[in-house]
Design a binder for this molecule. Sequence first.
Ligand SMILES: Nc1ncnc2c1ncn2[C@@H]1O[C@H](COP(=O)(O)OP(=O)(O)OP(=O)(O)O)[C@@H](O)[C@H]1O
Length: 266
Amino acid sequence: MMAQTQIQTDTTPVLEVRGMTQQFGGLRAVSDFNVKLMPGELTGLIGPNGAGKTTVFNLVSGFYQPTVGEIFINGQPTAGLKPHKVTSLGVARTFQNIRLWNDMTVLDNIRVAQHYWLNYGFFSSVFRTKQYKQREAQISEEAYELLEVFDLMQFADEFPKNLPYGTQRKLEIARALSTHPKLLLLDEPAAGLNSADAKDLIRLVRWIHEKFDVTIWMIEHHMDVMMELCEQIKVIDFGETIAEGDPEEIRNHPAVITAYLGDDNI
Ligand SMILES: Nc1ncnc2c1ncn2[C@@H]1O[C@H](COP(=O)(O)OP(=O)(O)OP(=O)(O)O)[C@@H](O)[C@H]1O
């Protein structure tokens, strides 16, 4: 059955996933996954290695089409949409392994992301219409503003690979926000960070959550980061949802302890 567009109201979830399953050959990486994220939530997705977390993000951001199930962004079904179309519905993401464009400057990393989001037509970009030139000027202005608020202005002409790792993570998040998302997916933003940088990241995510009108969903192995930031956490193991609740409930949930430590440690 074709997914129907929902009528958008104030109570429309930013993200709704219904009965999503992802099969890779004989492997069921995600199984009957459901989630509803309301505007302004800051939620976590955790689980042991290989549990299916990144696959969930790849499905929500349009990198994969689910084998079964439906995904709605602000009430719009994403079935059949390519990732850039999902971006234009209001989804942005970062990656477990930072994926910045290393042969472009910091400023251009942000400018190009905005181009993808705006998805210019062939005619306006080749013939450089007046509207195109106006948008170009606006893109540059917005990119500089974003660098300013993220305290990255001093790196505008630098190449990302020359920046400290924590700054690269910050830039990747700034670039994701440049497409004006309603839903920001952060895939292990603290990966590879030392504990001081991880603390900075907690402050950064909290600041973004307050300053930008964005719902945040994050995957993270650093439990202290998740426990400090997230209002609600969902736990998956072997693609199955095994628990959900607030950080305290998750910390003490027997199924979560078993998944992470094995039966012998209960
Ligand atoms: N494109 C793919 N083709 C085949 N198998 C895949 C593919 N992507 C992921 N998998 C498999 O699906 C399972 C879930 O992988 P996924 O990367 O989603 O887990 P994860 O919870 O994000 O793990 P980690 O915490 O280690 O990053 C794993 O067994 C993985 O090998």
